[in-house]
Design a protein around this ligand. Sequence first.
Ligand code: T1G
Length: 697
Amino acid sequence: MSDVVAYEKQGEIALVTIHNPPVNALGQAVRQGLLDGVLQAEADDEVKAIVILGEGRVFIAGADIKEFGKPPTEPFLPDLCGRIEASPKLVIASMHGASLGGGLEVALAAHYRVAVPGAKVGLPEVHLGLLPGAGGTQRMPRLTGVEAALDLITTGRHAGAAEALKIGLIDRIAEGSPRENGIAFAKELLGEGKARRAVSDLPPPAPIDWDAAYEAVLAKGRGQIAPAMCVRAVQASVELPFAEGMKRERDIFMELMQTDQRKGMIHAFFSERAVSNLPELKGVAPRDVSALGVIGGGTMGAGIATAALLAGLQVVMLEMSPEAADAAKGRISGNLQGALKRGKIDQAGFETLTEKALTLATDYAALSDVDLVIEAVFEEMSVKKQVFEKLDAVCKPGAILASNTSYLDVNEIAAATKRPADVIGLHFFSPAHVMKLLEVVVPDATAPDVVATGFALGKRLGKICVRAGVCDGFIGNRILATYRTAADHMVLDGASPYEIDKALTAFGFAMGPFAVADLAGLDIGWAVRKRKREEGIDPRARTTDYPDLICEEGWFGQKTGKGYYIYEAGKRAGIPNPKIMEWIEAERSAKGITPQDFTHEQIVRKYMAAMVNEAAKVVGEGIARRPLDVDMTLLFGYGFPRYWGGPLMWADIVGLPDLLADIERWAEEDPFFWEPAPLLKELVETGRSFDDLNKAA
Ligand code: T1G
């Protein structure tokens, strides 16, 4: 047998065990080993049943995604599944951990399936821009019916063992090890004289209104095509004989394999794992963090405290008065109620977290023994410096002092302490217990193990951590400021905020920039504009006046019921606020601008070019380590459509030369805003892509 698949005989039962860490992915050697194992068992007359199982923490995580994009090698997975199913011996899959994608498809090719109680199953191929390509869309409906199959296949979600049993995906749940369960189930089936049961021989399920299902899934996918194509594959499982259904599935799979969305989503899959694998952290041990201090119990501080409590940390919440501390506790309890409702914690857990794990304090001395403190106080440098001076005085040696600032200079904050090596930025995104992005902002003096601790804490809180250098806005907010300005410029030049929002939701954003601003609160942008005016704005910068007029009316968006949109009570979607266009038209004429028409394509192109150009500057200056770091920041902090993989993967897909040419053309009119990024020019000159930089990092 191969070194990734072991063969063993226990009396009349053959055990074929995959051992391909870390997740038993079905690379070519594993597929060959499985085939050889089945053939070896079939050649042995004493063997009456074959058990397929996985060594390690999962059964099989699926096809080997690292093989995608390379020429397929035999045995092809669909053929292997067909061959397993055709075996004259009884084949049992004994599952544990994750059985996903091709892994579940191998199990569906078996005649019977047994799983441990904690097993998870799923066909998550849509998250890679694909569909199950080894019979999943043909076999699953025969076992579960169309509705349940479409739910799992089009969402890619995982189902637990109990649900899998209920819908007929597995036959048995057993408490033993996969090996024990497989042998016991095989003996039971043999003892009862059970026949082989090829799923493909089962009758096709009842049909549904396929076009309605297709349209509904397409609408839900917000531009993603794979989920809708899954409907057509499942439709084939009902309307065509099995072999023809398999061919239809294969054709759709190969079609999706060629799409940009498959490229973008696989880039996202590997990048969300690679983004926290930093060379400089290799071998650097993080400091232990079990008790966390949080200063400031407003929305951000309460969110951070909630995330820490849910991750099992002790939390000391410091506020300036007992009343403020109680208000903070109220916000945290409210957040935890949400976790309770979603089943993330039970009632006992809720009480433990709020009554035991959380300590309220109003005196800095309460922080003397915590391992790490995160301040989330008012975004004013003088206030931050006072806080850090006090922390420096009371916190134990080795305690890490972190700021949640979203743009202030963390070098300057560190310099206010005697322990700059222990100071770091941990920039959470609101709501901090929900948003997955954490920018780990690294000032010059910060010690490597403090950076490692920031990443370890972020991972423990379930975050996607991105290393950021120190600049105004770090990675995400700096890039946001630029593409948001591009939108404002387009408004001055003739596009309406509402057309821009529509164009970008059609591109794949959940919301356009103006609807997002209404959601976040227009006063936030107002404060940033005031700060930047105080700091001094380059006279070459094109500025817009109408946004301030909206705020001067006290219209801050959803929270005041009016902003770019008017929000009627109880309705999330607003209707355009007519006053806005009046102000915009007045400003255009005051500035002598003749409004031009913008197509949705032109809006997206300009908006994205601004995003890419600033992102290229952020990478070129070393604020972001690699292009993938920017992609993950925009995906997990700013709602960038995942099926593009991120703005710099989008740029690679659409082509850097033409993008640079557009930017250079726009720079002729506005050389200050559209100054081409040196890195973008260098990549175009050398014929490289942003992804080439990721691979070289
Ligand atoms: N192929 C290759 N590498 C994989 C992999 C896969 N399928 N799954 C995980 N890895 C790597 C991952 O990149 C990481 O590598 C390491 O394993 C640990 O992963 C024909 C076409 C199984 C739930 O989409 O959901 O089958 O960073 O950190 O948190 O129909 O991995 O250490 O170098 O995520 O314990 C369908 C994807 C494939 C499942 C475990 N299957 N994987 O989570 O570990 S397409 C999937 C996961 C397919 C067929 C189709 C998770 C996990 P590194 P990890 P984890």
